[in-house]
Design a protein around this ligand. Structure first.
Ligand SMILES: NC(=O)c1ccc[n+]([C@@H]2O[C@H](COP(=O)([O-])OP(=O)(O)OC[C@H]3O[C@@H](n4cnc5c(N)ncnc54)[C@H](O)[C@@H]3O)[C@@H](O)[C@H]2O)c1
Length: 373
């Protein structure tokens, strides 16, 4: 009998996303049959807690220099879970070393950088994925299936909001406030997710008009206590026209009191509407004009049935899923693509197109004009 293959992973970043990705790697083979063993080879990060964190997450080794991880001949796949400013350098080096890559969003600091990353993974002939994890929330995948089946007719309008409230006057300065490290603010951090969902569900965005603002211009450096200037937006709003004619409207914010992780979208068609709210992620709302007029209204589909995407691999019906499960689904899709040689989405080209939209939104806000993507 042929020995089962092992995929060795290296991960750059050991904090928020490092934990979410590590959890996914630990769970993926317990619930999905990837056909290979997953080995959590080396975790890379900066900080005194690295060794203890690596042990807690289940990694065999830890390392502070990402170059050593990327060039380790034993490692097959690199997961990039570090801030945006590091993505291009790590991904290009990984692709040159022949490693498959999964990278956090937004893909890069600009569309130019994202293009270099696409060129590198294409030249390296490696699999590449961007972690737009919300495509893999079962209710969102179901929304895509319903749209593709024509359930709400021809799509005419798309609306998405992604609001959080982690920023206030007392919040210490973090890298997300620094354009040189983060790229952009809520427009890219939150915006990249909703732009991806728009592209996934509706189509390509052709043009945009936008505005953005910084409401709290400084935050205290947690070490020196000095006030540091914020160079990324706290909130952005933008209108879009899709290439297929659909009208779109978006709002992103990290200063929306009461909204914790409120990613919401509505897709409206000629004979129905689909609504989703990440804070109620096991549900999808559907209004369908084809239904019996006496009982017409929005209905809530509880997306926990074995017929729903990914569900039969989890728990008996009705046993709800959480935010982290989407990451497990992403890794399942990535590993399947690596082992079977098939296409895996969303890939770096999705990340590039996403960056082109973000760049256009930023230019539109700066110039107060409509900008073509
Ligand atoms: N998909 C999602 O839902 C989601 C959610 C949050 C963040 N993100 C994205 O994930 C990425 C990381 O965000 P985070 O919230 O985990 O940040 P974080 O600050 O919690 O962690 C950053 C990690 O990167 C490491 N790091 C930074 N520079 C490094 C370097 N030069 N070499 C090695 N390690 C380095 C740090 O040590 C730390 O472990 C960002 O691109 C962010 O936009 C995605």
């Amino acid at each position: 009998m042929e020995a089962r293959k092992t995929l060795n992973f290296g991960m750059i970043g050991h904090k928020f996303m490092g934990k979410a990705h590590s959890h996914a790697l630990r769970d993926v083979n317990m619930f999905f049959d990837t056909g290979v063993d997953v080995r959590m080879h080396t975790l890379c990060g900066i900080g005194d807690d690295l060794e203890q964190t690596a042990r807690a997450y289940g990694w065999e080794n830890c390392e502070t220099d990402w170059r050593k991880v990327v060039n380790d001949p034993q490692i097959d796949v690199i997961s990039i879970c570090s801030p945006g400013v590091t993505h291009m350098e790590v991904a290009v080096a990984a692709a040159k070393a022949g490693k498959h890559v999964i990278c956090e969003k937004p893909l890069a600091m600009s569309a130019e950088e994202a293009k270099q990353m696409c060129d590198a993974v294409t030249a390296g002939g490696v699999k590449h994925m961007i972690n737009f994890c919300y495509r893999r929330v079962p209710a969102v995948t179901l929304a895509k299936q319903l749209l593709d089946s024509g359930k709400i007719g021809r799509v005419t309008q798309f609306r998405a909001t992604y609001q959080q409230d982690w920023v206030d006057e007392d919040c210490p300065f973090v890298w997300r406030f620094d354009k040189a490290i983060a790229g952009a603010g809520s427009m890219a951090d939150k915006g990249s997710h909703v732009i991806d969902l728009a592209r996934y569900l509706v189509g390509e965005i052709a043009e945009t008009a936008a505005m953005s603002d910084i409401f709290i211009p400084t935050h205290k450096d947690p070490v020196t206590g000095e006030a540091k200037l914020v160079t990324t937006d706290d909130a952005a709003m933008f209108l879009t026209r899709f290439t297929n004619g659909v009208m779109g409207v978006f709002q992103t914010s990290r200063v929306s009191p009461g909204y914790k992780n409120a990613l919401r979208f509505e897709v409206t068609g000629t004979c129905g509407t689909i609504r989703f709210d990440l804070e109620r992620l096991n549900e999808l709302e559907l209004y369908c004009m084809e239904e019996d007029k006496t009982a017409m209204g929005f209905k809530t589909i509880v997306v926990t049935e074995p017929v729903h995407p990914y569900i039969k691999s989890w728990w008996p019906l009705g046993h709800v899923l959480g935010w982290e499960h989407a990451f497990v689904h992403q890794y399942y899709e990535l590993i399947k693509a690596i082992t079977s040689g098939t296409y895996c989405a969303p890939d770096f080209y999705d990340g590039l197109q996403n960056m082109r939209v973000i760049d256009a939104v930023e230019r539109a806000a700066d110039t107060k004009t409509w900008v073509t993507v």
